[in-house]
Design a protein around this ligand. Structure first.
Ligand SMILES: [Zn+2]
Length: 311
């Protein structure tokens, strides 16, 4: 290969304004890493948790494998295994009718939102942070933080919730609790379809409804969403001149602009903040953060448990 690209800089060499060469996998033994993380946590007055899909996957709520093939066998059979590879891909299937769409989503919601109890990873995390001034910023929509005991006022779930629905076109800024509806659909579903009379319609425009998930420009940010956003902002203000830890859990590069990049920016701009990044495969941290960053790869459930034993 020619070396001609060596000096050329393009976007892929920069992450959040930091040259990619600043990122390192820390070459420190696991025990030492957990010890460093526990000291940072103990010394912190404020803990901001940022959780992405990797946190729930590590907690056991995986979207593929047995959880998918076991629970969605009739959907895989009906729509084909080419599309129905896992719950993430299945959610993007172009369901031909509203009966089919809600047939799938009511099941998805039951499996990921209503049936699972609070998972041990989330409960352990709650034990670790409950005495601190904490706040949760999450892109997860499975309600695990609330189930594990975290105060609703201290959670900002930016991307929605599997338990709610909204107007498909976002014609009015309101979301609707769909638990009863989904439980009824789950009982009535036949050949992957729900009966037509159960299909929800927008009470304002009469159009179709959709899951309350940020997937297009019609995502509804209602009053509660804005209140949560405001509380998150207030928390950041309070944390400004205090000792704080940003505990990032399973945040990859799907939507890094919500948690991963802003967290790095905050740590870069405030010497009293530290970053603990737990990530199965992307636990790289900026080398320039020095002792203010701990990046631990591998099984997060194990790390949280080990962390809990030290705090
Ligand atoms: Zn509407």
């Amino acid at each position: 290969m020619k070396q001609s690209r060596k000096r050329k800089t393009d976007w892929s060499q920069f992450l959040s304004g930091v040259p990619a060469w600043d990122y390192i996998f820390q070459d420190i033994p696991y025990e030492k890493q957990v010890e460093r993380a526990s000291v940072l946590m103990k010394e912190a007055d404020y803990i901001l948790v940022g959780a992405g899909a990797g946190a729930s996957a590590a907690a056991g709520l995986t979207y593929s494998g047995e959880r998918f093939t076991g629970n969605f066998s009739e959907f895989i059979e009906k729509y084909g295994s080419t599309y129905m590879t896992d719950m993430y891909a299945a959610g993007f299937y172009p369901f031909p009718t509203q009966e089919a769409k809600w047939g799938y989503w009511s099941k998805h919601s039951m499996i990921n939102r209503f049936l699972p109890p609070a998972m041990p990873l989330y409960k352990q995390l709650y034990e670790i942070v409950k005495e601190k001034e904490y706040f949760i910023l999450t892109t997860n929509v499975d309600h695990q933080f609330q189930k594990a005991g975290f105060q609703t006022e201290r959670i900002f779930a930016t991307q929605g919730d599997y338990g709610n629905i909204q107007c498909e076109k976002g014609c009015h800024p309101k979301i609707y609790d769909a638990e009863d509806l989904f439980r009824q659909m789950d009982q009535a579903r036949c050949d992957c379809l729900v009966p037509s009379y159960m299909v929800p319609k927008c009470p304002v425009c009469g159009g179709n409804m959709a899951m309350h998930l940020r997937c297009d420009q019609y995502f509804v940010e209602d009053e509660k969403w804005h209140e949560s956003a405001g509380r998150y902002y207030d928390f950041l203000q309070k944390m400004k001149h205090k000792k704080g830890v940003l505990l990032e859990l399973g945040v990859g590069f799907n939507t890094p602009t919500i948690i991963r990049f802003p967290f790095e920016k905050m740590v870069r701009e405030n010497v009293k903040l530290s970053l603990i990044r737990l990530n199965m495969s992307d636990a790289v941290v900026p080398e320039s953060f020095g002792n203010r960053a701990v990046g631990i790869g591998g099984d997060m459930a194990e790390v949280i448990s080990d962390l809990g034993n030290r705090i």
